[in-house]
Structure formats: C-alpha cells, structure tokens
Design a protein around this ligand. Structure first.
Ligand code: ADP
Length: 411
C-alpha cells in the first residue's frame, strides 16, 4: 500500500445483487469526522437476468445518479460494469489510491472474530461455512473471487456479520440440545447484523459522551431483517438471531421465534415439504404473513384507516420487541440506553413510542416531540428525567466495514 492509498471499496455481494461504496478514509483528518468520505455509491440488481440494472451515483464529482439497464450475466460482469462506472469518474479500481477492498461476509462461524485479510486458507474456511449459511456465503465468495481477479495485488478484507457476537458467553450461544449433535453440525447461536450492532453501540456511547467500555446498550436493529443485541461495555453478551437470521424478532417476512414443533406439524399434518416450510418461515411470515405488507409505512397507513389485520400485525411486532427489551434488561442488569436503528428503527416514530410505552418502571420513556424529529443524526428521544436513555442512532454498515478494512491494512 502506498502512502497515498486511502480509498476503500466496500462490496456487499448478494445472490443476485452487488451493493458498493467507494470511500476515502482520509487519514489526514486524524480519524475525525472527515474520515470516511463517500466518493461513489451504487447497486447492481437482478444479475443473471435480461433486465439487470446498475445505478451509480458519483458523489465525488457531484454528478447525477446514472442508471443503466440490460443483461449482466454474472458477478464478474457486474463488477466490471462497476469498475467502468468508477473509471468514468476518475475513480477506477486501477488507481494507486485504492488501499483495499472490504467485503461484507455474512457468516464467519467461530473462527473469525475480527476482520481478516483474505488468503486461500481464509477463503477455504468461508467456503467450509456454506452449510450453515447456504443463502449468503456463496454470494460473498463469488464477490471476493471476482474482486481478486480484477485486482490480484490488492488486499481484500472480509468483515463478518457474526464477528461482533463471538464474545457471547457460551451459556447465551448454546441451544439446550444434545451437545454432541450440536457440535457435530456446528449448531449454535451465531447472531447477525454484527457490523451494525458494533457501530450503533459505539455511536450510542458517543452520544452519551461516554467510552463504549462504560455503557450497557440494547441495540434494536429494525430493518426488513431485524435483530436485538445486549452490549455490555462494548462487548456483545446476547443477540436475538441464532444459527440463521430466522430467530428472534418479528421481521418483514420472517417469523422470528417460533416453537420448533410448528415445523414438524407443518410437515406431518399440513403435508408441507422441507423447502415449503423454509419458504413459509423465511419469506411468507413476519409482517407480510400477518397482514400482507412488510413496509412499516404501509402498515401504519392501513392502521390509520382502521385496518384490523394491520393493527394486529403491528401489535405482534411490538409485543416481541418489548419482550426482548425486558429480557436484555435482565441480561445486562443495568441499561444505559436503548438504541433504535435501521429502516424501521430510524424512521418509524410510532414503533419507537409503542415499543417503550409502559416501560416507565424500567426507567424508559419517550418524549413525543423529540421522537417526532426527523434527522440523519444520532439523537435522544427520551425526556431528561428518564433513567435510561432512548436514542435513534442511524446505522452505517458500509462505513464500519471501510473503517475496519482500512484499520487492518494501514496498521
Ligand atoms: P434491509 O437493509 O433489512 O433491507 P432497511 O434497514 O433498509 O432494511 O429497512 C427497510 C424497511 O424500513 C422497510 O421495509 C420499511 O418497513 C422501513 N422504513 C423505511 N422508511 C420508513 C419510514 N419512513 N417509515 C416507516 N418505516 C420505514
């Protein structure tokens, strides 16, 4: 890496999409607010279809968003198209200013507890984890291989969704099932959204004017996927997702916690196949299963019109959230803040108000005026007298990946 190499390309490769951001980590700012300036952001969707779409926004030049549609056969072609867009703005991947490529990797198992420079052994280990992350790791591996082919000389770093949760004590991570069976098949609670939980818990401490080591935070990452975590002094001690991202909170399309016997019942009594049950619980459950919509804006609109199905779906969503807030208060013993983040957490004031309503005995309260404020900045929504702070803390997984990647390659 040259002294001027301060840029990091962040790649989040899904099965048919690639999200990317090019950031300048600008060390001259001394790690201050300027560190992590976005130069370009974009998305390739529907890879492998006739109607693939690339949307690219060159923030560095202040140019408009450029959208192109047409067949993009695979991830290799997608990344080449992204490279061409970046080159058009003078930000090409061949630039000596590019320090590294940071890849979001969903599952790092128990081995990867920190961001890791990718070599053949690391790639083989990520591949070994495919059986526990069949939907995600294969796409992440394709993204890494494609990026390696484009810039074989450049450090490629894997930042794992599971890493932040590897500090969970064994009694929180283990399911109460036969130990030999669990170990033979690596069945345990890994947790996901770790990059977001790490970032948001740190930012929450900053908002309180404290060091992360001094505060206990419950982070509620409420996007389409949703998870809660209990973070004690900067370390995760429990999280709601488990072996897969299906466990825990009610999500956009996933059921979250459910009696596992429901799956036997669906197979034995309803005659569903393994795949049918998988699709039901991952894609046709949660808010969409309960009321037909998974967008919280639409659900709120329907509730305002008196729609009872939407209202019941909302109530079930909130009830589960409350249970996790209560559980994690007990796990942590002392809670300094509850932080809401991601699409729903950052934008849906009614969800925040309902989730904390009636929890005054636990020191929690929401100030209606503060809760109504719309802003992209971290902010408190609790009244000054509340014993536990309630906060909205926008997440930024790409910045966190870029920071972790840059810290590793510039060390
Ligand atoms: P993911 O990254 O898991 O796909 P996001 O964190 O982007 O999800 O969250 C997407 C969800 O955020 C949407 O499905 C919608 O329910 C919710 N959302 C986004 N904007 C708003 C808003 N203004 N009000 C309420 N909910 C919103």
């Amino acid at each position: 890496m040259t002294a001027t190499a301060t840029r990091v390309l962040v790649l989040n490769s899904g099965s048919s999409s690639v999200k990317y951001q090019l950031l300048d980590m600008n060390p001259d700012s001394g790690g201050g607010p300027a560190a992590g300036t976005r130069l370009a952001v974009g998305l390739v969707e529907r890879i492998g279809e006739e109607t693939s779409r690339l949307a690219h926004t060159p923030l560095a030049t202040g140019g408009d968003k450029r959208e192109t549609e047409g067949p993009i056969a695979d991830h290799g072609a997608a990344l080449k198209a992204v490279a061409a867009e970046l080159s058009a703005d003078g930000l090409g991947l061949d630039s000596p200013q590019l320090a590294a490529i940071g890849h979001r990797v969903v599952h790092g198992g128990l081995k990867f507890t920190a961001p890791t420079v990718i070599d053949d052994a690391v790639l083989a280990e990520i591949e070994r984890l495919v059986p526990v992350a069949p939907l995600h790791n294969p796409a992440n591996i394709t993204g890494i291989r494609t990026a390696q082919a484009l810039r074989p000389d450049l450090p490629q770093v894997a930042v794992f969704d599971t890493a932040f949760h590897t500090t969970m004590p064994e009694y929180a991570a283990r399911y109460a099932i036969d130990v030999a069976t669990a170990d033979a098949h690596r069945i345990r609670r890994y947790g996901f959204h770790g990059t977001s939980h790490a970032y948001v818990s740190r930012k929450t401490a900053e908002l309180l004017g404290k060091d992360p080591s001094e505060v206990n935070v419950i982070v509620l990452h409420l996007g389409n996927g949703a998870s809660a975590s209990a973070v004690a002094g900067g370390r995760c001690v429990d999280t709601s997702m488990g072996l897969t991202p299906l466990e825990g909170l009610v999500m956009g399309t996933r059921s979250g916690d459910i009696d596992p016997a429901v799956t036997f019942h669906l197979k034995r009594v309803a005659g569903m196949s393994e795949d049918d049950v998988d699709v039901l619980l991952n894609k046709k459950s949660g808010l969409v299963g309960l009321c037909g919509d998974n967008d919280m804006r639409e659900i709120r609109r329907r509730i305002d019109e008196g729609d009872e199905r939407a209202e019941l779906a909302f109530d079930i969503y909130i009830h589960r959230l409350k249970k996790y807030i209560g559980a994690y208060t007990a796990v942590l013993g002392r809670v300094d803040a509850v932080a809401f983040t991601a699409g729903v957490g950052e934008n849906a004031a009614p969800v925040r108000a309902a989730a904390l309503a009636g929890l005054e005995e636990m020191g929690l309260a929401v100030d209606a005026d503060l809760n109504a404020v719309r802003s992209g900045e971290p902010r408190l929504i609790s009244p000054e007298c509340a014993r536990v702070a309630a906060a909205v803390v926008p997440t930024d997984e790409e910045l966190e990946i870029a920071q972790q990647t840059y810290a590793l390659v510039s060390a």
